[in-house]
Design a protein around this ligand. Structure first.
Ligand SMILES: [Zn+2]
Length: 478
């Protein structure tokens, strides 16, 4: 975390160089090419002028989640962790270093021998570094993720259960390994999936609009959301999460917070429209209005003294007014531009399968669209109050068609604009640059293709990979 000293940050804002950054962001074209992560970097740069203060973090809880694909170790911390993770071999182990971190008194880190972990060891060094060593029964793929939680932060270390790395495969060894480290030291870094948060509107005690035949909006939109979830999950480079999986009530703010905790790249809220005029028909796509964005900014700025609010991992809490305002404004403007572009792309696809209610993307102050840092759109799929639309909404064929066109709209946008650290960007170029720690089978599974296809496509004579080597990625077989 970065604590800005008031005087310094004021001076920094007045530097012409900083205004250049703001100027670039004001240009819509450049704006669309920036990812939320790049915005975080800008935010970081804006804050570099301010003094840095090292804050210690405390692990106050440790939980182990075992699911079909992964064993997840969750470190619950009271502050954002500053961590590094890497693998060592012979014997196989994963090492997690957390800077300036303590373990709460009496807390023990234990996984009770859940595969692939044999044992967890840990110790705090004199300089405050907490080192956690996971002794594993074999080589494993590891992913790390930091997410915000209600009580602070969660560092999730996911050990992949499937895709066991075969012994005949050769691991890439980092050329930058420190001399005192084992030669087999490898770093864990991957291109990332885009995360799509799918929100089925209403639910539980809130049925949403009700059709003439008694169709509940909450039911049809959940079906469309599930269809979309199924489609997105099959796409290489994408992960999708349903904000509500079943017929439950969630507040609008809770929906936003769930998407933000997931670090989603896009939030799609799915609804069905209703109007007194029973003739009203067709689909609409909404983004947040300027008024909605401004009032949200005012609200977040007003609340920042009471609650920790984060933008790209940076707290607004201790920022001087002008700086906090600039940070929020930069982030919001980027988010709105991306939302608008995605909305247009989705709207174009909806126009292919049915009528559009209006001739443009619409803007409104819907609360659910108010994430300052996650591009968000709301889709009114059709009018449940219209007899013909209601009938179509009830048909599973039309539900699937809607899901398909939402997917196409999303894909068309991200294919052109996904940030360089994403799998989609790699698929666009169809080139994967080998990083340390990667294996052929690991890469194949990331792109949802077979190892043999990858080997043949690149005419590889062996599975030995070099750092910096470029592999061509064939079109997915799924
Ligand atoms: Zn609705």
């Amino acid at each position: 975390m970065f604590g800005a000293r008031k005087k310094k940050s004021t001076v920094m804002i007045l530097e012409p160089h900083q205004f250049n950054i703001v100027g670039v962001l004001g240009n819509t074209q450049s704006n669309l090419l920036l990812s939320v992560r790049q915005i975080s970097l800008l935010v970081f740069m804006l804050l570099l002028g301010a003094s840095l203060s090292v804050q210690s973090a405390v692990v106050d809880r440790f939980t182990v989640q075992n699911n079909a694909q992964n064993l997840n170790l969750v470190f619950h911390l009271d502050a954002r962790p500053d961590h590094k993770i890497f693998k060592l071999t012979n014997p196989d182990r994963v090492v997690l270093d957390l800077k300036a971190t303590e373990i709460a008194h009496g807390l023990e880190l234990q996984a009770n021998h859940q595969a692939p972990i044999d044992r967890i060891r840990y110790a705090t060094r004199a300089d405050g570094l907490l080192r956690v060593v996971l002794d594993t029964s074999r080589q494993v793929d590891v992913l790390d993720q930091v997410r915000k939680s209600s009580s602070g932060f969660e560092l999730v270390i996911s050990l992949r259960k499937s895709g066991v790395i075969q012994s005949k495969e050769v691991k890439v060894t980092s050329v930058k390994a420190a001399p005192q480290q084992s030669k087999a030291r490898t770093q864990v870094r991957h291109y990332r999936d885009l995360i799509i948060a799918i929100d089925a509107g209403h639910g539980g005690k809130d049925p949403g609009a009700i059709g003439k035949k008694g169709t509940y909006e909450k039911d049809v939109v959940l079906k469309i959301a599930r269809d979309l979830h199924g489609l997105v999950s099959k796409e290489p480079g994408y992960q999708s999460v349903l904000i509500r999986k079943k017929d439950v009530f969630l507040s609008l703010r809770e929906r936003i917070e769930r998407a933000r905790n997931l670090n989603a790249d896009l939030f799609i809220s799915i609804h069905a429209d209703a109007a007194d005029n029973r003739k009203a028909t067709g689909s609409s796509v909404y983004v947040l209005s300027q008024h909605g964005a401004s009032s949200e900014a005012a609200k977040r700025l007003a609340q920042r003294e009471n609650a920790v609010d984060l933008l790209g991992g940076v707290s607004l809490k201790d920022k001087e007014d002008t700086l906090a305002h600039v940070l929020l404004d930069l982030t919001q403007r980027h988010t709105q531009d991306v939302s608008y572009a995605v909305a247009n792309s989705v709207r174009a696809q909806l126009g292919e399968i049915g009528a559009l209610h209006r001739n443009r993307v619409e803007k409104a102050g819907f609360v659910v669209l108010k994430s300052p840092d996650i591009p968000s759109i709301l889709v009114e799929t059709a009018f449940i109050s219209n007899r013909a639309d209601e009938k179509r909404l009830l048909s599973s064929k039309f539900q699937k068609k809607l899901a398909k066109s939402l997917l196409m709209g999303v894909k068309n946008y991200f294919y052109k604009h996904a940030a360089d650290d994403t799998i989609i960007a790699v698929l666009r170029k169809r080139e994967h640059i080998i990083r340390s720690g990667e294996t052929l089978s690991g890469i194949a599974s990331r792109y949802k293709i077979r190892t043999t296809s990858l080997r043949q496509y690149n005419k590889l004579k062996s599975d030995v990979l070099r750092i910096g080597q470029i592999l061509k990625i064939p079109v997915s077989e799924t």
